[in-house]
Design a protein around this ligand. Structure first.
Ligand code: AMP
Ligand code: GLY
Length: 421
C-alpha cells in the first residue's frame, strides 16, 4: 500500500516502523515527519490539508493515518473523506472528545460512563461554590487543548480558586480556559488503554502505563510522558471486562447516537480506584510514548488493522499480540520540558551483543538530519525500546540500549516500569 502518516513524533515513527516490518512492502510518506522518518519513506512539506488531500489523490495514497490531535480537531479527516480518500481517525465532531473537556465530561455523564464528579462552567461564582464542597486536593481543568498543560491539581482551596480565576481571565490558557471544569481528585493508579475503533466495533490493545513526571519517583514537572511499558500486570481479565462494558461499549454506542460515530484511536486515561476503572479523560489518538511500546507488541499487520478500521470492517480481522513485554525509555533534551535546547549530534554505538540487537530498537522523535548526521532537536528526542519475556528483562534491555545512545544534555528517568517490579 501507499500510506501517508501525519505527524513528526516517536509515535508516528513507531507506526511507520511496524508497517515497514510487515511482510508486504509498503511505500510511506510523512507530513512532516522528522530527520529519521526520511529513512523509512519520504517527508513532505504540505501543511495545508486541502493541498495534502490533493497530493494523496494524485499519488494514489490508499491509507492516511493521523498521529497527533491537532489535525483531527481541525477536521483533516472530514477534508480527506470529502475527497473519497481512506483516512484513519475521527471526524472533527468526534474529535471533540479530546478537543473539549466540557464536551467529554458532559458526554460521559449523559451515557452514565464512570468519571470523577465535576462541574463545568464559565461563572467564577459557580465554580468557587462547587470547589468549596470538595476536599483538597482539587482538580481544575481548562476546556480546550493546552498541549497537555491544562490540568492543575491544586493542593488547597485557595490554589484551586487562583487557578480557576487565571483560566477564566484567559491569563493561563487564552481561549482554551474560557470554560473550566472543577472535579474531585481520584486516588488510585493510572492506566492508558487504547481501542482501535471503526464506528461500530473495536479492538482493545494491551493496557499500558505512562510516566508523566520528569523525574524518578514521579517527581518534578509534568511532561508528555518519559516512558511506558505494556502489558501491565496491574490489569486482569476482570478489569479489562469492566473497561469494555462500562467505558468503551457505551462510548461507541453513545457516539453513534449523537450522530458522530467514533472511528480512530480512542485513548482512555483511566484511574483505577479500589478495583473500579474511572475515566479521567479521552484522547482521540495514540499516546506518546505508549504507541512506541504497543506497536512492537503487535504480531498481525498494523496497516491492515488501520485500513480495516478506516473502512468499517474491523470485524473481518483477527488481531494478534506478542507474548512479550515492552518497555520504552524516553531520552529528552537538556531543557525539556521548560525550553528548547541547542541541537546536539546523536551518536549511536553499534550494538554487537546479539541479544540486545535483536530485542531493542530506537523510535526517533525530536531529531533532524544534516549531512547524514542525526541531531537532537529539543523536546523528547527518542525512545529506547526493549522487549523481553518478563518486564524486568525488557527493562534491562531498554536501559542497556540507552547506554549506547549519546548526545549532549541527554536525560532519562531510571525507574520506568517500577510499578510492575
Ligand atoms: P488529563 O489531561 O485530564 O488526563 O489530566 C492529566 C493528568 O492529571 C492525568 O494523567 C492524571 O494524572 C491527573 N488527573 C486528571 N484528573 C484527575 C482527577 N480527577 N484525579 C486525580 N488526578 C487527575
Ligand atoms: N503519553 C500521554 C499522551 O500522549 O497524552
Amino acid at each position: 500500500m501507499k500510506i501517508l502518516i501525519l505527524g513528526s513524533g516517536g509515535r508516528e515513527y513507531s507506526i511507520a516502523r511496524a508497517i515497514k516490518n510487515e511482510e508486504a512492502s509498503h511505500e510511506l510518506f510523512f507530513q512532516p515527519g522528522n530527520g529519521a522518518t526520511k529513512e523509512l519513506g519520504k517527508n513532505l512539506k504540505i501543511s495545508d490539508y486541502n493541498e495534502l488531500a490533493t497530493f494523496a489523490k494524485v499519488n494514489e495514497i490508499e491509507l492516511t493515518i493521523v498521529g497527533p490531535e491537532a489535525p483531527l480537531v481541525d477536521g483533516v479527516v472530514d477534508i480527506f473523506k470529502a475527497e473519497g480518500l481512506t483516512i484513519f481517525g475521527p471526524s472533527k465532531k468526534a474529535a471533540q472528545l479530546e478537543g473539549s473537556k466540557v464536551y467529554m465530561k458532559n458526554f460521559l455523564a449523559k451515557y452514565n460512563i464512570p468519571t470523577a464528579s465535576y462541574i463545568e462552567s464559565d461563572s467564577i461564582e459557580e465554580l468557587y461554590k462547587f470547589t468549596d464542597t470538595l476536599t483538597a486536593p482539587i482538580v481544575v481543568k481548562a476546556d480546550g487543548l493546552c498541549g497537555g498543560k491544562g490540568v492543575i491539581i491544586a493542593i488547597t482551596h485557595d490554589e484551586a480558586k487562583k487557578a480557576i480565576g487565571e483560566m477564566l481571565s484567559g491569563k493561563s490558557f487564552g481561549d482554551a480556559g474560557k470554560k473550566v471544569i472543577v472535579e474531585e481528585f481520584l486516588d488510585g493508579f493510572e492506566l492508558s488503554m487504547f481501542a482501535i475503533c471503526d464506528g461500530d466495533d473495536y479492538i482493545l490493545l494491551q493496557a499500558a502505563q505512562d510516566h508523566k513526571r520528569l523525574l524518578d519517583g514521579d517527581k518534578g514537572p509534568n511532561t508528555g510522558g518519559m516512558g511506558a511499558y505494556a502489558p501491565t500486570p496491574l490489569v486482569d481479565e476482570k478489569l479489562y471486562k469492566k473497561v469494555r462494558d462500562r467505558i468503551i461499549r457505551p462510548t461507541l454506542d453513545g457516539m453513534k447516537k449523537e450522530g458522530t460515530p467514533f472511528e480512530g484511536v480512542l485513548f482512555i486515561g483511566i484511574m483505577v480506584v479500589n478495583g473500579e476503572p474511572i475515566t479521567l479523560e479521552f484522547n482521540v489518538r495514540f499516546g506518546d510514548p505508549e504507541c512506541e511500546i504497543l506497536m512492537p507488541l503487535m504480531t498481525s499487520s498494523v496497516s491492515d488493522m488501520f485500513h480495516k478500521a478506516a473502512t468499517n470492517r474491523l470485524s473481518d480481522i483477527n488481531v494478534t499480540f506478542s507474548k512479550q513485554y515492552a518497555v520504552g525509555v524516553v531520552m529528552a533534551s537538556e531543557n525539556y520540558p521548560y525550553a528548547s535546547s541547542t541541537p546536539a549530534e546523536i551518536i549511536v554505538d553499534e550494538v554487537h551483543h546479539k541479544e540486545i540487537a535483536n530485542n531493542t530498537h530506537i523510535s526517533y522523535a525530536g531529531v533532524s538530519r544534516e549531512d547524514d548526521k542525526l541531531y537532537a532537536d529539543g523536546g523528547r528526542v527518542l525512545v529506547c525500546v526493549g522487549l523481553g519475556d518478563t518486564i524486568k528483562e525488557a527493562r534491562d534491555r531498554a536501559y542497556l540500549r540507552c547506554g549506547q545512545v549519546h548526545f549532549a544534555g541527554k536525560k532519562i528517568r531510571t525507574d520506568i516500569a517500577y510499578q510492575a517490579l
